[in-house]
Design a protein. Structure first.
Ligand code: HEM
Length: 494
């Protein structure tokens, strides 16, 4: 994209007129997906979005998306007003912290999410998959949204605290508290006016009580673990042991609790949503489903998948990516300009809100050929060079790219392969896909599907999940994508 030498005023950025006073605020609440998709097609890669009291722009041009992501923590910031809405729940966790606090926390947390460190979670993912397969036995219909939510809730909570018998005994209590906090954050994100920021409304009081409860449980576990001197391989254990590679400093108890709440919030519904849409798309696209079944049958030969199978499950990985292209769980990401900034040939004002929309970016005909077609081969090695790196951003990009990318890919591909191996899901006539643009892309009121077994049940005990071979790199091949590693956050190139 060639920018003109003299940038034009932001008032010339094309965009819809909107309603008097309200602009497009109502459409953004009612049907945000149609809105962002349509205005992108009509007005292009940067669109002025009239909003009450706010100068806002929707970005889908990959160069501008790249600018917004890569400049975050430099010339672009996370919107302070948005952070303020949710910091009661997330504190100084990775999603909401900024500046030096974020840099330090990311340096500490990054090494926990490398493929090598995550390998230890393999048996847990395999177990949750086996339990899901078992739960579906004898059933003819499932709610795919609910089922994936169930699996991921198990997975995330057990991943966080698996090695605490006490936590596992209080699983429901922990799950209820974290879910209540999740719902609170989701409401805060979408509410047009955060009227209760300083008011003790019932929902705020409930959330505060839940936070106190979960923090009490975490503090108990941390104290007991410190007293016993034992090391633990779950996420809580990794957070306790993690050190800033520069200073050797670890996280305080409050910071550990902030990070636990943050990781739950960031890792639970996102992955569940990506899996639910993958299954829904496969039910509608029989050619692709059969190709996936053939791959899974060939690679696995009838045994349940393990992390070591992931490199061979190439088509499964492509399907998962294509599902996240069409239905990116993080469908809208907010940024703000702290200074007047030139972008895309326009001079955007200080304080402008930037909507970086993976949904609009992934569905723009300017970025993709036949963008609405389900075509997992877009992500085949031969075609990966066909699209701009920042035309596909389900995990964001730049220094603040999702720290859980590797984990999400491992969970998503392994669970997808294991479910397709054992079951065929089909559409229920009349069942409509209804979505809500909440904190994540949400399948409203669930989505029912018929389920039929594909293979006779194989003998496999739930606890007998095979341990992965530590000598192999088992992560899916994401090499052509914007792949985070244990690298330092600020070092990621644009
Ligand atoms: C399919 C699943 C997932 C999707 C689509 C997803 C998407 C994203 C996106 C788009 C961002 C960047 C937000 C921004 O730039 O403002 C992000 C950040 C983050 N994600 Fe994920 N995520 C997923 C799974 C996970 C998992 C499994 C974890 C960890 C358990 C996780 C933890 C985080 C954290 C901590 C951040 C904040 C990183 C930072 O600002 O330094 N995510 N995620």
């Amino acid at each position: 994209m060639i920018a003109p030498t003299t940038p034009r005023p932001y008032t010339e950025v094309p965009g819809p007129k909107g309603r008097p006073f309200l602009g497009v605020a109502r459409e953004l609440l009612d049907d945000p997906f149609t809105l962002v998709e349509q205005v992108t097609v009509e007005y292009g890669g940067i669109v002025r979005m009239p909003m009450p009291g706010q100068t806002a722009f929707l970005l889908s041009d990959p160069d501008l998306v790249q600018f917004a992501f890569v400049q975050t923590e430099r010339a672009v910031i996370k919107p302070p007003a948005l952070i303020q809405r949710v910091d009661m729940v997330l504190g100084t966790g990775l999603v909401t912290s900024v500046g030096e606090t974020w840099k330090r926390n990311r340096r500490i947390v990054n090494p926990m999410f490398t493929r090598e460190r995550l390998h230890g979670l393999g048996p847990l993912i395999e177990t949750v998959l086996a339990e899901t397969v078992e739960r579906w036995q004898g059933r003819t219909m499932i709610d795919v949204r609910q089922e994936m939510g169930h699996a991921l809730l198990d997975l995330v909570i057990r991943g966080l605290f698996a090695e605490s018998q006490e936590a596992m005994a209080r699983f429901d209590d922990i799950a209820d508290s974290l879910l209540e906090l999740f719902r609170f954050v989701a409401r805060q994100f979408v509410s047009a006016i955060p009227y209760d920021l300083y008011l003790p409304t019932p929902s705020r009081l409930r959330a505060r009580a839940r936070r106190k409860r979960i923090d009490g449980i975490i503090a108990d576990m941390v104290h007991k673990r410190r007293a016993s001197g034992q090391q633990h391989g779950d996420i809580l254990g990794l957070l306790m042991e993690a050190r800033d590679p520069d200073t050797g400093e670890g996280l305080s108890l409050d910071e550990i609790a902030d990070e636990v709440r943050t990781l739950f919030l960031a890792g639970y519904e996102t992955t569940a949503t990506a899996l639910a849409f993958s299954l829904q798309l496969l039910a509608e696209h029989h050619v692709e489903r059969e190709r996936l079944e053939a791959e899974v049958d060939r690679v696995l030969g009838g045994r349940p998948p393990t992390l070591d199978d992931l490199p061979a499950l190439t088509y499964t990985t492509q399907v998962f990516h294509e599902a996240m292209r069409l239905y990116p769980p993080a469908w809208l990401i907010g940024r703000e300009l702290p200074e007047e900034t030139e972008m895309g040939g326009y001079l955007l004002p200080k304080g402008a809100l930037l909507f970086v929309s993976p949904w609009a970016t992934h569905r723009s005909p300017a970025n993709w050929e036949a963008p609405l077609a389900f075509d997992p081969d877009r992500f085949s090695p031969e075609r990966r060079g066909d699209y701009h790196r920042f035309a596909y951003v389900p995990f964001g990009g730049g220094a603040r790219k999702c720290v859980g990318t590797n984990l999400a890919m491992m969970e998503g591909v392994l669970i997808l392969a294991g479910l397709v191996q054992r079951y065929r899901l089909e559409k229920v006539p009349g069942e409509r896909l209804r979505m809500r643009g909440g904190l994540t892309l949400d399948l409203l009121a669930g989505f029912r599907m018929y389920v039929t077994p594909r293979q006779p049940a194989l003998p496999r005990s739930v606890t007998g999940a095979s341990a992965p071979d530590d000598s192999q790199d088992s992560a899916p091949d994401e090499s052509a994508l914007d792949q985070p590693t244990g690298a330092r956050p600020a070092a990621e190139p644009g």
